[in-house]
Write a protein that binds this ligand. Structure first.
Ligand SMILES: *Cc1c(COP(=O)(O)O)cnc(C)c1O
Length: 494
């Protein structure tokens, strides 16, 4: 299995090299040159646990890892850090199946990939005789940051620097990051939004002068964002897992097509679902759910991607994104793997903030259905599902459920549908409680709301919340979006 760059076809790397580098020096993303098929059948996978399915999928993509290396990574990641042995349980809710992807350490779906990435990365470093310290640079809209910090804290030979939009994350998300322990962890608030943070990180990656200065001091950069193939591939696993659980429980027959509905921001999670479909998983539609930053909805309807619009701060902040990085990997596929065509479109995005794909390219889009939910629709569905079914959705999952209703209404399709639930409601308690009863809860303190949520739902308060209740703030750095490079140099003493 080789990996190439979406912007330069002459690039050819092994999996471990692509994981180590994170982003291609030409600014492109690493993509597999072909999509493999799993060796095991779906019914064989139905009798495996999460780790077994993970091994079947990942070994096809990370084929320069030995079985022992890969099993070590998988076993170390998907252990009792997760609060259920199922790792990703499915629940029947609202006429669909909710796939709870937030049973890991930081109660967001980012844990699904970020609990394994540190192992993949340190194994890759060993395989490639890397002796430098690996510095993980990460932009976060709130959840990646904490999940990456938790994954890399005190991992020997690594350091991690997280940039988050100072005023663009939930109070719990912020406290989770600012209380992170570990001598190798650094958290910086930026005056700007997530797109500014992500662009700043990409610029630092592409800064060859800085790269040389860093190398002289014994450091090299890598990324924990979903632009790293080491994050994308572990996310393919739970689509196979969800399908094979439905099969095991007799809800579907082998070969039946199902829909996946994904609350989307940077397009990493839904792209993993698309790769699963390419691998042969029977998928009907991929439902791409956006919040009011509905740039993807417009793209799927018109073929024009246009980021020239106001950035809206919503109650689903992890989806507040106008430049969905991973869409570049889909565009590459849409151009029949043409790096030059992909580069042209990405250059246009950078220069003018917009590009339009051809009609031929739009064929690929037919795998997707896009729609969005407003803030009011999100609040309304959280309230409705709580009142009718006594199940509490977080604000991101709320967007996906609201969009599922629109999809069913518009298409009449009643195919079995799995909806990704990407965060525990405890991570967005303030917004969730506002949706359920604004009059009653809006005046309360953050942790009072946590206790109220427990009182009305009976859902166990996660360890991730208990441990930050009284924790000290350890990180106080703030900088302008334009000064991120200086901040990195200051932190590393370069
Ligand atoms: C990151 C995140 C998303 C968006 O996922 P992408 O892979 O960026 O599309 C949705 N919900 C939550 C809670 C997240 O943390």
């Amino acid at each position: 299995m080789r990996y190439t760059s979406t912007r330069d076809e002459s690039v050819s790397l092994s999996a471990s090299e692509a994981i180590l580098q994170g982003l291609s020096p030409d600014g492109g993303l690493y993509v597999p040159t072909s999509i493999p098929e799993p060796d095991a059948s779906l019914s064989e996978m139905a009798s495996m646990d999460y780790r077994g399915v993970a091994f079947e999928i990942m070994k096809k993509f990370f084929d320069d890892f030995t079985d022992e290396e890969l099993k070590h990574c998988i076993d170390s990641a998907y252990d009792d850090k997760f609060d259920t042995p199922e790792i990703a349980p499915l629940k029947g809710v609202h006429g669909a199946y909710i796939l709870e992807l937030w049973h890991g350490k930081t109660i967001a779906f980012k844990d699904m990939a970020l609990s394994i990435l540190p192992y993949l990365l340190t194994t890759s470093a060993k395989k490639n005789n890397v002796t430098k310290d690996i510095i993980i640079l990460t932009a976060t809209s709130g959840d990646t940051g904490k999940a990456a910090l938790a994954g890399f804290a005190d991992v020997p030979g690594t350091g991690i620097i997280v940039f988050y939009p100072k005023d663009g994350v939930s109070p719990i998300q912020k406290k989770q990051m600012l209380t992170q322990k570990g001598d190798n962890t650094h958290v910086v608030g930026i005056v700007g939004n997530f797109d500014d943070a992500q662009t700043g990180v990409k610029n630092i990656f592409n800064d060859t002068e800085l790269k040389e200065e860093m190398a002289a001091k014994g450091f090299q950069f890598s990324s924990a964002n979903s632009i790293n193939i080491g994050r994308l591939v572990p996310q393919i696993v739970y689509y196979y897992y969800a399908y094979t659980r439905l099969l095991k429980d007799g809800k579907i027959k082998e070969g039946d097509k199902i829909n996946f509905d994904v609350p989307t921001g940077n397009f990493g999670n839904i792209l993993a679902a698309y790769y699963a479909k390419q691998m042969g998983l029977p998928v009907n539609k991929l439902i791409c759910a956006s919040n009011e930053n509905k740039v993807l909805f417009d793209f799927f309807r018109t073929g024009t991607y246009d980021r020239n619009r106001d950035f809206i701060l919503t109650t689903s902040p992890s989806m507040d994104i106008l430049i969905s990085s991973n869409l570049e990997r889909l565009i590459f596929k849409m151009t029949d793997n043409s790096a030059s065509e992909t580069k042209k479109l990405m250059d246009a995005l950078k220069a003018e903030g917009t590009y339009t794909v051809t009609d031929k390219m739009r064929d690929v889009i037919s795998d997707f259905y896009g729609n969005f939910a407003t803030e009011e629709e999100d609040d309304a569905i959280i309230k409705e599902v709580f009142e009718k079914e006594h199940y509490v959705l977080d604000t991101h999952t709320g967007v996906a459920v609201a969009v599922y209703d629109k999809y069913r209404k518009e298409t009449g399709d009643d195919t079995v549908t799995v909806i990704d639930s990407t965060a525990s409601p405890y991570k967005f308690t303030r917004s969730v409680m506002h949706a359920i009863d604004a009059g009653k809860y809006d005046g309360m303190e953050d942790f009072e709301l946590v206790d109220e949520l427990y009182a009305i739902s009976g859902m166990k308060i996660p360890q991730a919340i208990e441990e930050i209740r009284n924790a000290d703030i350890l990180h106080k750095r703030v900088c302008d979006a334009g000064k991120m490079k200086d901040e990195v140099k200051d932190i590393l003493g370069v």
